[in-house]
Ligand binder design. Structure first.
Ligand code: SF4
Length: 560
């Protein structure tokens, strides 16, 4: 059965289906007819359309009904001249006082074994970095002349800035002590750190030459939180003989587990085969050589480090395996597990996974399992267990979620996962090169934002997307984290961090889905511009939102 249309959609007047007025009589005339013929070439189309519409509306209100020609003439008279399409805005200048920005010059020289690090959570800058620092100091101390070591009486660590402000929540003192007594982050038994938490009074003998010194958590001092520090994550380590300083070093945990020290100069490396400092240059190499971003990164890794392809992939495989393992161990934890710390946060990974696998909720399964994988790895981080910096500990749920899903569910060939890991690393390198990976410098956009961007590049590469799609996916994921602040409740990397990893993983997938369904050249924001925005936003962000727990959720959430 059909009904005659009376709403005007068939071209007749709504109040009288039989009436067909001449355009000049009708203030509701189809403007497309007028516009198609009447937009002069020398006026701004948008302003012209607005003026025409305003003229029509005024006619309705006043009862005055000028002809379309009159309305067109009036709109032309009041419209701005047409202009050439606006050029894309140039990227804002780099923030001159952004710590990392100042130091990174020339081509990207970061390598995968520096970038992906395995160590104890929950924060690469507050646990892995400090542990690497005290381990580094321990290695320096044992090289002192024997007669000096024979006089040593004390080892002392002082934590400053953000390390002091939120270090207690991260277990920075335990990580620092573990390194000081000779433990390496990648191989430390998480149970050792759990033991330090449960029995904080333990004393450990440290052998320095012929001398043995007892150290305990009391030797790690939470010092000034505010001051004129070279980096927000500053710490000093000293070896003392009574009041006399035998050795002292000021260190900086600069994010992602990277460490530097006063007078630091980057290690000497070979030149990359394909030098690049921007995504434009990196993609240019890939396109000029008819290859992929991942293959360019592999060639650079080999030329910078002198390693073979097999050696590069051996490290990448370790990281992939560690990511899969962290998701597995997180999913295996009981549903009602309570994470360490004052929040008494119950783990959610196992529950979210169980529901996602319930056939009643099959339509939600994709997002459900991806979220569960991210929660699982992130909760492991919250427990202080081993995590992988990708790029940091706080964001340690994002990349593993995508890796686990691609490996275990999508059964993507292993070689594609390896290549995805290299493309993801390139994203992290560029963010580190021009902006920061440290929440103390850039807030959470530098952690979860970069992780999500990396995961989007991983996914696109694993599914054989062309370089431009890889770039667009990474750009999109980063873009939609810009401005995200870091405000961990009670200084613990749990709220908002754990759920934020799940959102970062889902956004990575969304970014890939969008990028792989658009014409790549039509994507209007390039990755380099978004990295510049990340740097600028990091510079402008109030320090209260940079891992200090002085604002945001850290202040508005009241723990009972
Ligand atoms: S809020 Fe984000 S940046 Fe801050 S600790 Fe948590 S995960 Fe890291």
């Amino acid at each position: 059965m059909s009904h005659a249309k009376t709403d005007g959609s068939d071209g007749t007047h709504p109040s009288d289906p039989t009436r067909h007025e001449a355009p000049g009589d009708d203030v509701f005339v189809d403007t497309q007819q007028v516009i198609a013929h009447a937009i002069p070439s020398n006026v701004n189309r948008r302003i012209f359309l607005m003026r025409t519409a305003v003229g029509g509306a005024a006619a309705v209100m006043t009862g005055c009904s000028p002809s379309p020609e009159d309305r067109t003439a009036k709109a032309v008279a009041t419209s701005a001249p047409a202009q050439a399409p606006a050029a894309a805005p140039s990227a804002p200048p780099l923030a001159a006082d952004l710590n990392v920005v100042q130091k990174e010059k020339g081509p990207v020289m970061t390598t995968v074994d520096e970038f992906y690090k395995v160590g104890p959570g929950p924060s690469s800058s507050h646990t892995i970095g400090p542990m690497r620092i005290t381990y580094d100091f321990y290695q320096r101390a044992i090289k002192l002349p024997a007669d000096q070591l024979a006089t040593a009486t004390k080892l002392q660590v002082n934590l400053f800035g953000s390390l002091s402000a939120t270090g207690k929540g991260h277990g920075t003192e335990r990580a620092s002590l573990a390194g000081l007594i000779g433990n390496e982050p990648a191989t430390v038994d998480p149970k050792f750190l759990d033991g330090l938490r449960d029995k904080p009074d333990q004393v450990f003998p440290v052998k320095l030459g012929s001398k043995t010194i007892d150290v305990s958590l009391k030797d790690v001092i939470y010092d000034a939180t505010k001051g004129d520090f070279k980096h927000p994550n500053t710490m000093t380590v000293k070896l003392l003989a009574g009041d006399k300083v035998l050795l002292e070093q000021e260190y900086y945990s600069v994010g992602g587990g990277f460490i530097e020290w006063k007078g630091y100069t980057p290690p000497k490396k070979n030149q990359p085969k394909y030098p690049f400092a921007t995504m434009k240059e990196l993609r240019g190499h890939a396109e000029a050589n008819k290859t992929t971003i991942a293959k360019i990164i592999l060639a650079n890794e080999m030329s910078i480090t002198g390693k073979s392809e097999a050696d590069v992939y051996a490290w990448v495989d370790k990281v992939i395996n560690a990511m899969v393992a962290t998701v597995k161990s997180g999913l295996a934890m009981p549903e009602d597990d309570v994470l360490p710390g004052p929040i008494k946060l119950h783990s959610k990974a196992a529950t979210v996974y169980k529901r996602a696998m319930d056939d009643k909720y099959q339509a939600d399964r994709g997002i459900g399992v991806l979220s569960a994988y991210a929660l699982a790895a992130s909760e492991e981080n919250g427990r202080g267990h081993l995590v992988i910096t990708a790029p940091t500990g706080g964001s340690a749920g994002v990349m593993p979620a995508l890796v686990y899903g691609l490996v275990e569910v999508r059964k993507v060939p292993h070689q594609k996962i390896r290549e995805g890991m290299l493309a993801a690393a390139a994203i992290g390198y560029l963010c580190k090169h021009h902006a920061t990976l440290s929440a103390a410098e850039g807030g959470c956009q530098a952690e979860i934002g970069v992780a999500s961007s990396m995961a989007a590049a991983l996914t696109a590469t694993a599914f054989d997307a062309e370089s431009h799609v890889v770039e667009n996916a990474a750009e999109s994921a980063l873009e939609h984290h810009l401005g995200m602040t870091c405000d961990p409740v009670a200084g613990y990397v749990q709220v908002p961090c754990i759920e934020r990893c799940a959102f970062g993983a889902v956004k990575a997938w969304t970014a890939y889905a969008i990028a792989s369904n658009e014409i790549a050249s039509r994507h209007r924001v390039d990755f380099d511009a978004t990295v510049m925005a990340l740097a600028q936003t990091a510079k402008d962000m109030n320090s209260k939102y940079k891992e200090t727990s002085e604002a945001g959720l850290a202040q508005s959430v009241v723990l009972c």
